[in-house]
Design a protein around this ligand. Structure first.
Ligand SMILES: Cc1ncc(COP(=O)(O)O)c(C=O)c1O
Length: 391
């Protein structure tokens, strides 16, 4: 069957999907329906942290299936979600978790929590940042500080303003008695793989402490081991009041979490927020597989491999100064800023068996499965080097 034509005829036109239909996958490799094999540096956009065909994931799916249900609704408990919440709190220092299904939903919950917190003192304004990305639902695009996502969809949710990322003065300029929260990605993903400067993010923490604001860290992309620490904020020695997570947390199934730390504890009461599928048995059971790996030291491996990969990219930049302008990122969340069109590089990499994606307008993004090994990294670097030589 021609699945690609079938999709083109029947899907709403929301994605610029490439003509590649995945047939099966193993380890860090994807095989398409035409029999081609690719080394995957995309990992479902930072989702498939434990790689493909993972035995522990498969075992856990079978274990849950044998209980005969995936879903019972939040009218009752299941035995997996409470364990997942406890493990997540333990890993992060959080106190309470709300489970939903996507990053956008996790940020919606964070925004509602921030507004409810502010409502006690009549405050509702939220500060977000340029180049940020928080998802595609209305609250989440309103938090997203990039005009291209707003165009055609006005009006946005009111009382959200944007400061300049890594510029503390621009935050101070937006401060007034109406602000209740600040939201940022400790490492911006979609905006172009941009880590926070330590002084900036610590300064934001202080502004929040001094003014009784909630600090929300969107760790949807940079959380759960991706940057070589369990959560990206650990690089800076600070904690948020609310953290949002998604992508890798469900090992490939839809799951997201909004984690409240001490200051944000107890904001929601029954009836304030909900999600039919949030915290379903199968997704939360799989999250435990990831937490096991993180607790067993996966992040240390990510840090080592990330340094190795970054050094390799720096060598590539040195070899192609006319085509590359910067290498950025932490752990296995890396970006190569290009002076040539990322789409050309992506297409040629794919022809040579490497899947990569872009971030922002100029950045080649690398967010491979966290279980990638050094040999795979060498292979990817050699293909990128070759493609940049050809272009
Ligand atoms: C930092 C960040 N927040 C939120 C989202 C939205 O997540 P989802 O697509 O699961 O709604 C993304 C997705 O790329 C993201 O990178």
């Amino acid at each position: 069957m021609d699945y690609i034509s079938l999709a083109k005829e029947n899907f709403m036109s929301t994605y610029s999907t490439q003509d590649l239909c995945v047939d099966h996958a193993k380890g860090v490799r994807i095989f398409d329906t035409d029999g081609n094999c690719y080394l995957d540096m995309v990992a479902g956009i930072a989702v498939n942290a434990l790689g493909y065909d993972n035995e522990k994931i498969k075992e856990r799916v079978k274990e849950v299936m044998d209980d005969g249900f995936f879903h019972v609704s939040n009218l009752y408990y299941n035995k997996w979600a409470p364990q997942a919440a406890m493990r997540l709190n333990k890993l992060s220092g959080g106190k309470e978790v709300f489970f939903a299904n996507s990053g956008a939903e996790a940020n919606e919950a964070a925004l509602k929590a921030a507004r409810k917190y502010g409502s006690r003192t009549g405050r509702s304004k939220v500060i977000s940042f340029s180049h940020s990305f928080h998802g595609r639902t209305y609250g989440a695009i309103s938090l997203t500080g990039q005009e291209k996502y707003h165009k055609g969809f006005f009006p946005m949710v009111p009382s959200i303003v944007y400061a300049e990322y890594n510029n503390l003065e621009s935050v101070r300029a937006l401060m007034d008695e109406n602000v209740c929260a600040i939201i940022l990605e400790p490492v911006q993903g979609e905006g172009g793989i941009i880590p926070s400067n330590p002084d900036f993010i610590k300064g934001i923490r202080k502004i929040c402490d001094d003014n009784d604001l909630l600090l929300i860290f969107d760790c949807v992309q940079c959380g759960l081991g991706r940057t070589g620490r369990n959560f990206a904020f650990e690089h800076y020695g600070i904690k948020p009041d609310i953290m949002t997570l998604a992508k890798a947390i469900g090992c490939g199934l839809p799951l997201s979490a909004t984690v409240a730390f001490e200051r944000a504890r107890g904001i929601f009461t029954p009836g304030d927020h909900a999600s039919t599928f949030g915290g379903n048995a199968l997704s939360t059971a799989l999250s435990l597989v990831l937490f096991d790996e993180l607790e067993a030291g996966l992040t240390d491996e990510v840090a080592k491999k990330g340094r190795y990969f970054k050094e390799g990219l720096e060598k590539i930049m040195a070899a192609h100064p006319d085509k590359c302008s910067d290498v950025r990122g932490l752990g296995l969340m890396l970006g190569l800023d290009l002076k040539v069109r990322p789409s050309d590089v992506i297409a040629r990499c794919r022809e040579k068996g490497l899947l990569v994606c872009s971030a922002g307008y100029t950045v080649l993004r690398f967010v491979p499965p966290l279980v990638i090994d050094f040999g795979d990294i060498d292979e990817a670097l050699s293909i990128i080097d070759c493609v940049l030589s050809e272009i």
